[in-house]
Design a protein around this ligand. Structure first.
Ligand code: GDP
Length: 477
């Protein structure tokens, strides 16, 4: 049976070859064992250079050893770090030797995230900070890394705590009034409860807005390029990615399966999916590709419906629009505007008229299909015209304010908890408006709002939730 107090060990550095490799051990009482492993006294927090020798005395590696006595360590327990050479075979030999020699004290391999979970359980950090450790490691852009670091330093937790404290203060006042009902005071009026509550609501709304921005930065947006074959979906993916990730040919039906590419716009990750062109398939493989396209479209957070700017009112596009899922934002994009000058069928144009191809000209054109009220973005995947406009529109749909920084990262579960707290405060405000007779209901809503906020930092959390959060970490962290 594994327990939270078993000594644990793991290779903390990434698999593969590197300049150094770190093995980390954590446990409640490691001092004696660590000194016998190293065959010498270990001064706390000092780097000792020594040979890592196995039981028989054979040198497996050499490097630095550091011992951090608890509670002043990453996990809050005693921690031993062995910093040797960063090769997979040499690290494995040292790890296996440690495990063999740690059998007496019950040393076992750590689970993913177990070091950080212990840091949380031993109050070295709260849950939002522990999540930020994983987010910092996983950050795929400088902006995301910067915000994850701010969360790790406690910037987000401090905002949440400040909200909690204001709610707690209000709760104390109302609970005291409920405890002494004989003292006939007009609670709501005396303590200006409604005004205080409105202030908390306004602060919570500000935190929620920032958290939403932080969520976009962490999670990005799942964008699916949909449209008929040959309208330029693969070319657009390549143009956005700045490299040839998808095959581009003039032969319709070339993209048989989905191609996913992650790009960053202002640090926001966009997962862009190129799909097989939507049409009546002639062969079985293409038919499967098209079925997968529709499955991707079903998962999309944003659908970019790409059309050929020369045939914007193609009835086949009207069919596609009819089948698009309800409630998912659709960005209409007309491609190949570089060919417009020679095309006779451009809407809103007259014979021989020179046509400009900038995105804002879209307003002049007649939308091809009635279901979208947004103007289409006019682009050329070939020349790059209109791509900046398209990027801005995509960021807008993601909820990202251009130029704005996100002070900290946030996860979906944080947003949910903040929204829940907001809802309880809204209900509380409704009770407050009805006067002092239902103070107990008012108090209960405040309690629930407080509880929702506490879930973010981990004061109230189930083991299931902790398991879910920490299992997504890498081993050794
Ligand atoms: P998909 O089937 O929708 O993925 O379309 P592709 O990206 O494979 O493009 C089909 C053809 O259209 C290729 O020959 C591309 O070079 C061409 N094409 C794509 N975008 C543009 C564009 O903006 N301008 C022009 N002139 N040709 C384009």
């Amino acid at each position: 049976m594994q327990t939270d107090s078993d000594p644990i060990i793991a290779i903390a550095t990434a698999p593969g070859r590197g300049g150094i490799g770190v093995i980390r051990v954590s446990g409640p009482d490691l001092h004696g064992w660590a000194e016998s492993l190293c065959r010498q006294p270990l001064q706390p927090r000092h780097a000792h250079f020594l040979a890592f020798r196995d039981v028989r005395g054979e040198t497996l590696d050499e490097g630095l050893v550091l011992f951090f006595p608890g509670p002043h360590s990453y996990t809050g327990e005693d921690v031993l770090e062995l910093q040797g050479h960063g090769g997979p075979a040499v690290l494995r030999r040292v790890l296996e030797d440690c495990l063999a020699r740690g059998a007496d004290i019950g040393l076992r391999l750590a689970q993913p995230g177990e070091f950080t979970q212990r840091a949380f359980l031993n109050d070295r950090m709260d849950l939002a900070q522990a999540e930020a450790v994983a987010d910092l490691i996983e950050a795929s852009s400088a902006a995301a890394a910067k915000s994850a670091m701010a969360s790790l330093s406690g910037a987000f937790s401090a905002e949440v705590d400040a909200l909690s404290q204001r709610i707690v203060k209000l709760r104390m006042l109302v609970e005291a009034t409920l405890d002494f009902p004989e003292e006939e005071i007009d609670f709501l009026e005396k303590y200006q409860a409604s005004a205080r509550l409105h202030e908390v609501q306004a602060s919570l709304e500000r935190v929620l807005q920032t958290a939403r921005q932080g969520r976009v930065l962490r999670e990005g947006l799942y964008v699916v390029l949909a449209g008929q074959p040959n309208v330029g979906k693969s070319s657009l993916l390549n143009a956005l990615a700045g490299e040839d990730v998808a095959i581009v040919t003039p032969i319709a039906g070339t993209t048989r399966d989905r191609v996913v590419q992650q790009i960053h716009l202002e640090g926001v990750p966009l997962h862009i999916v190129d799909t097989a062109g939507l049409r009546e398939a002639t062969d079985a493989v293409e038919r499967i590709g098209i079925e997968r396209s529709w499955a991707e479209i079903g998962r999309a957070q944003v659908i970019v419906h790409l059309q050929d700017a020369r045939q914007p009112d193609d009835p086949l596009d009207a069919d596609i629009v009819r089948r698009l899922p309800v409630g998912v934002p659709v960005l209409r994009v007309w491609n190949k505007v570089d060919l417009l000058a020679s095309s006779p069928s451009v809407p809103g144009s007259s014979e021989g008229e020179a046509r400009r191809t900038e995105g804002h000209d879209a307003a002049l054109a007649t939308p091809p299909i009635g279901s979208c009220d947004e103007n289409p973005v006019l682009i050329s995947a070939r020349t790059g015209t209109g791509l900046d406009e398209l990027r801005t529109r995509l960021l807008g749909i993601a909820g990202w304010t251009p130029g704005a920084e996100s002070p900290w990262l946030a996860r979906e579960r944080h947003i949910q908890a903040l929204e829940e707290a907001g809802e309880h405060l809204r209900v509380a405000a409704g009770y407050a408006a009805q006067g002092d007779q239902i103070l107990d209901l008012f108090a209960e809503e405040l309690r629930l709002a407080h509880e929702s906020l506490c879930r973010i930092t981990g004061q109230f959390t189930s083991d299931d939730l902790l398991g879910e959060i920490f299992s997504s970490f890498c081993i050794g962290k």
